[in-house]
Design a binder for this molecule. Structure first.
Ligand code: NAD
Length: 385
């Protein structure tokens, strides 16, 4: 069936203004993957504005939309479809991810708030057009306060179904006037952030000859590898999906393959997590042999204490939400009507932003993660004053 064309109307939404300056919020830190959730108390603690439960019996849709902040603009963030073990796990994920989006947009200098949504279900077997249309109607009911996009487990086809019910969706296919695949932009930002991290750690941003392990050679990982190979880095790859390894080995000579269970102990200079979150944890960090972690995955630190664990081992960390902002910048460009060149140019700034964060952290004796959160908080506070 042909999709209805819904005019895009992002201007309807007015950012949330309040006279109250928010206290710096604990970020990813306080809510580990295992913390039991008392939802309202957690929302208060983390500073969320709204959590919307969505249920549609006919299509079997069970979803949650988390709106962390609309201080800087409409809350933008992707919809993840995942087979969560239980409701608590889904709530934790949507709260963590939506808060991360607030900080990501704030540090990137975008006029966007932070939001994210989760659909509970198996993205391979449970999807239907009816489900995504029902979900689109829930997104529409928020009148632009939340703008959705693709995330793990959702695709451009799903976004097109959502777009038949609401204008508040981004990351659409180019054929529908969208910005297309954000991964090349994300990967470019990760590359820029990695170079800045290298400058801070090794005293040079030149990656030629550096041993870089890319864990997860999907969309972001494979574009990142293109940049690394062009610069002459010695690239190590790891993935649980063998066909991805085989096709990359055909494309490039000289790649070294690391068994997924041996990633943490690989003898490399830079570790780039580009698969799922939580790979920096109490088990992996003691094994790491790298000097710098800089990758594209969201929520790489399983919990806040893992940042301290990295510092105790003198391993530098380029905060994920700073260096993987390219995809968000690309979607922002779509909303504002800017082109891919604009998005790439903005994404290049991630180099300077990351360097500034390393400098701030060093001057104030802070972790780079804290320094980045403080930067985001400063922007949020000045928007409210
Ligand atoms: P993707 O699904 O295309 O790639 C992920 C890859 O990781 C797959 O090849 C998968 O087989 C592999 N993988 C999964 N578990 C693994 C493991 N334990 N060890 C090794 N490999 C493993 O996803 P993507 O779009 O490239 O995104 C990667 C990460 O970057 C995700 O965390 C995502 O949230 C984040 N991110 C992506 C974008 C974007 O523009 N795509 C933007 C910001 C953040």
């Amino acid at each position: 069936m042909q999709n209805k064309v819904i005019p895009r109307a992002f201007g309807l939404f007015l950012p949330h203004k309040s006279t109250q300056i928010p206290n710096p919020r604990p970020m990813i830190e306080t809510l580990s993957t295992t913390t039991p959730v008392g939802t309202m108390a957690t929302m208060q603690e983390m500073g969320h504005e709204q959590l919307v439960y969505c249920h549609d019996e006919a299509s079997g849709l069970k979803a949650m939309i988390g709106i962390h902040s609309t201080v800087l603009g409409p809350a933008l963030g992707g919809t993840r479809m995942w087979n969560y073990k239980n409701e608590d796990e889904a709530v934790r994920d949507v709260l963590r991810l939506s808060q991360g989006m607030t900080y990501k947009a704030a540090v990137a200098g975008l006029n966007l708030g932070g939001g994210k949504a989760v659909i509970i279900g198996n993205s391979r077997t449970d999807k239907s057009e009816a489900m995504f249309k029902a979900y689109g109607r829930f997104v529409n009911s928020l009148s632009g306060k939340y703008i959705t996009a693709e995330d793990v487990g959702t695709s451009k086809t799903d976004m097109a179904w959502i777009a038949s019910e609401t204008a508040h969706v981004s990351g659409l296919p180019e054929s529908m006037g969208g910005s297309g695949d954000p991964s090349p932009v994300t990967a470019y930002g990760v590359y820029m952030g990695m170079k800045a991290g290298a400058q801070a750690v090794f005293g040079t941003n030149d990656l030629a000859g550096r041993r870089v392990l890319v864990q997860g050679i999907g969309n972001v990982g494979s574009y990142l590898i293109d940049h690394l190979i062009s610069e002459g880095a010695k690239v190590y790859i790891s993935d649980i999906y063998d066909p991805a390894i085989e096709s990359l080995m055909k494309k490039y000579q000289g790649l070294s393959v690391v068994n997924p269970s041996l990633v943490a102990e690989a003898d490399v200079d830079i570790y780039a997590p580009c698969a799922l979150g939580g790979t920096l944890n109490s088990e992996s960090i003691p094994l790491l042999r790298c000097s710098l972690v800089a990758g594209g995955a969201n929520n790489q630190l399983a919990e806040e204490s893992d940042m301290q664990r990295l510092m105790d081992r003198s391993i530098a960390y380029a905060p994920d939400f700073v260096i993987n902002a390219g995809g968000l910048i690309n979607v922002y460009a779509e909303i504002k009507g800017f082109n891919r060149d604009w998005a790439m140019e903005q994404t290049r700034n991630i180099y300077q932003q990351t360097l500034a964060i390393f400098e701030q952290a060093s001057n104030d004796q802070l972790s780079t993660n804290k320094a980045a959160i403080q930067l985001a908080q400063k922007r949020l506070s000045s928007a409210l004053s």
